[in-house]
Design a protein. Structure first.
Length: 277
């Protein structure tokens, strides 16, 4: 019986499953995530807004969302929301329509990339892929939205607690630790459901959980590094008015690659377990 590979070997083989196999599909996923981002933002605006005026609460929500976005994309997103001064139900309708269309396509492409990573020869048909992408979107939407809501409402909640109970320094420290942990938990839940449904339940939840956790932790670390990078590099000199769009697209591209890294981690674990038996 052979021994399981070391962490370095496992990581190398994981990356080999992603590159170059999933280069093109990750770009397609990033494009569809970009298209789904703004409809999702409209849904958030509809949730916090009211029929008499969405303007103020929407902008406040986006300002709280600033730290979740690349710095170059923040003003771009604020301007987008500020222009949508329409009734809440119209925002919600537009948001859900766009999110379901673009989001389900992104999930379908992710499923296709996961099949490529596992080397599956038999793949479901077009209609089956569409249905599965839609189901994955529905299954991952709740934990993803919960994580985003915690990020949006984190600062107001902390201020309210500090005003009523005092100890603002203690709350800042607690929230600085709690926010990443809660985000990692809900991100892991979303990716676990994604990987499990993408494989049609051929692997148990325990088998796909490690890759989901690895991908979530990597995403948080890379997000911090990328945010620091875009704050220091003025690539607006190169891209001009498209700098915000390019920054957001790069962020989506990185995120899609990390999703595939988590799936590849699980695939390599499965292959290593099979060879060790």
């Amino acid at each position: 019986m052979s021994h399981p590979p070391s962490l370095a070997v496992h990581s190398y083989r994981t990356l080999r499953r992603v590159f170059p196999r999933c280069g093109m599909v990750s770009q397609a996923v990033a494009f569809n995530l970009f298209l789904a981002f703004f409809p999702a933002l409209l849904i958030g605006v509809a949730v916090v807004g009211d029929s008499s005026g969405v303007h103020g609460s929407a902008l406040e929500m986006v300002r709280e969302l600033r730290r979740l976005l690349p710095s170059s994309s923040r003003q771009f997103v604020e301007d987008y929301v500020a222009k949508h001064d329409v009734k809440t139900w119209k925002l919600a309708t537009l948001g859900w329509t766009g999110l379901l269309l673009a989001g389900s396509q992104a999930m379908r492409l992710i499923v296709d990339g996961i099949h490529t990573i596992y080397g599956d020869e038999r793949r479901p048909g077009f209609l089956h892929q569409q249905v599965r992408g839609f189901l994955i979107l529905l299954a991952t939407m709740v934990p993803a939205f919960v994580a985003a809501s915690l990020g949006v409402l984190g600062v107001p909640l902390r201020r309210w607690l500090a005003q009523d109970f005092g100890h603002p320094a203690f709350l800042r420290t607690t929230w600085a630790i709690l926010f990443p942990l809660v985000g990692i938990v809900f991100g892991t839940i979303a990716l676990t459901m994604l990987y499990w449904i993408a494989r049609s339940g051929r692997e148990g939840l325990r088998q796909v959980l490690p890759g989901a956790l690895v991908a979530t932790v990597i995403w948080w670390l890379v997000d911090v590094l990328f945010s620091a990078y875009v704050r220091r590099v003025h690539y607006g000199l190169i891209y001009g008015g498209l700098a915000a769009v390019v920054g957001l697209m790069i962020w989506m591209q990185i995120s899609s690659v990390i999703v595939f890294v988590g799936a590849a981690w699980n695939a390599e674990s499965e292959a290593g377990y099979g060879s060790a038996r």
